[in-house]
Design a protein around this ligand. Structure first.
Ligand code: MG
Length: 440
């Protein structure tokens, strides 16, 4: 009897307060299994259903060696495809199959990808403060910790203006002042360059909040500050605006954490309109499509900067690192360092206990272990650590001028009568609000 898949399980957990979804694919060989990341924090129950109700019966009995065939078949079997729920579910399986492949070979995954292109993985983390001075304090703390590349923000992702002129009876929601936002960021960049000269590299995340013409003006205004990159300056529906932005300034551009479908990146990469592709690997379906994306971008001189946020298991972070260390066109890796005070999740003791083997940060670089496969083990009692009780309130803030929609996840108690099973619930506030204060 040959090797075959015996079972597929979705594992939901929140060891440090953020909903995570992992997948475990078990084989008929005792002790041989693979794990993958399928985390879609804001809709994790939908992902679990896709894994357990649709992928599990499809996969049981199949040969786990045939990764490409399984990926293609699973992607096509629902007919409608490429959405965040199904892509994350498939990613969990795909990563687990690659994990099994590496364990069978007795090699870490990056060896199967062609070996190392570099000894360590340059990474950046996130510094933010309520104002520029506080952000500078956090930048200095991160510099002392070894970071030479830092993403800088003011007031989170910025743009709140308590003095915003309001109409009567404002709708509830969050409100964005693009002019105040751009002014604050430009002042921060000026202070950073005066303080550090060119000794540090800085990036900044717009988080798709600007109207296209403001995005164009903002990218031009930032040009003198020589950013590592400006991130997600446009909404994914507005990427045609990259043409005028590219024609008018040389600020490096990174894009893609909301992308699901290859159609969203093929045109902007092949037209060389961005410098870094920064998709969320589980969001596009896992390692199999990510490796194709690496090769595609390499042909056009576009580098990788995979999304590496808190809402990703250590398995997903390790997969990023395997791709980083083996890709010729790797650029930089986002790393959610809990030292910054903003990311309690990634390096917490319970997270490390549950996912032993995650990449290690040292002095500005990430390093992988040499375990076979992805190298992140399933902790012995992970199933007992299921913490469905994490209460995630998801609300939509309307940054009203441009229809930009921000999702925020708050660890808060649900309203009475909601969320009887202790899972996520969603409360979508008015999208058509025109003024008022954010409820955060
Ligand atoms: Mg981002």
């Amino acid at each position: 009897m040959g090797l075959e898949i015996r079972d597929v399980r979705a594992i939901c957990t929140a060891p440090e307060g953020v909903n995570l979804v992992a997948v475990k694919v078990e084989t008929n060989e005792p002790g041989l299994y693979g794990v993958g990341c399928a985390t879609f924090t804001h809709r994790y129950l939908a992902v679990v259903t896709a894994i357990e109700e649709y992928l599990r019966p499809f996969l049981i009995g199949k040969d786990p060696a045939n990764i490409e065939d399984i990926w293609q078949s699973a992607m096509g079997m629902s007919y409608w495809r490429n959405g965040p729920v199904l892509n994350n579910a498939l990613s969990g399986v795909d990563m687990a199959l690659w994990d099994i492949k590496g364990k069978l070979a007795g090699m870490p995954l990056y060896q199967l990808f062609g070996g190392k292109c570099r000894p360590g993985i340059p990474c950046y983390t996130h510094a933010e403060g309520a104002d520029a001075e506080q952000t500078l304090e956090r930048v200095e703390a991160l510099r002392e910790r070894g970071y030479r590349r830092i993403r800088v923000q003011v007031g989170g992702y910025g743009g709140k203006n308590p003095n915003l002129h309001r109409p009567e009876h404002p709708f509830p929601g969050g409100y964005f002042d693009p002019k105040a936002y751009m002014k604050n960021v430009l002042e921060l960049m000026e202070k950073l360059r005066v303080t550090y000269g060119d000794s540090l590299e800085f990036c900044h995340d717009v988080h798709e909040r600007l109207a296209p013409i403001d995005a164009l003006n903002f990218a031009k205004a930032l040009e003198p500050y020589h950013l590592l990159f400006l991130e997600d300056i446009l909404q994914p529906e507005q990427t045609a605006w990259f043409h005028p932005i590219r024609q008018q300034c040389a600020t490096p551009l990174a894009m893609g954490e909301l992308f699901n479908n290859p159609h969203e990146w093929t045109s902007i990469v092949s037209a060389r309109l961005i410098d870094y592709i920064r998709v969320h690997v589980s969001q596009i379906g896992g390692i199999t499509p990510a490796r194709k994306l690496v090769a595609f971008c390499d042909a056009y001189g576009v580098r990788t900067a995979w999304h590496g946020p808190i809402d990703m298991t250590p398995i997903g972070h390790a997969v990023n690192a395997h791709l980083d260390i083996s890709s010729p066109n790797f650029g930089v890796q986002e790393w959610a360092d809990s030292f910054s005070g903003l990311y309690p999740t990634l390096n917490g003791p319970l997270m490390r206990e549950m996912f032993p083997g995650m990449p290690e940060y040292r002095d500005g670089f990430l390093y992988l272990n040499e375990n076979p496969g992805i190298g992140v083990m399933e902790a012995l009692d992970m199933s007992k650590r299921q913490t469905w009780g994490y209460k995630s309130q998801i609300f939509a803030l309307d940054w009203s001028y441009f229809g930009w929609l921000m999702l925020a996840s708050l660890p808060t108690e649900p309203p009475s009568g909601r969320d009887k099973q202790g899972g996520c619930y969603a409360e979508i506030q008015s999208k058509s609000a025109v003024s008022g204060e954010a409820p955060v």
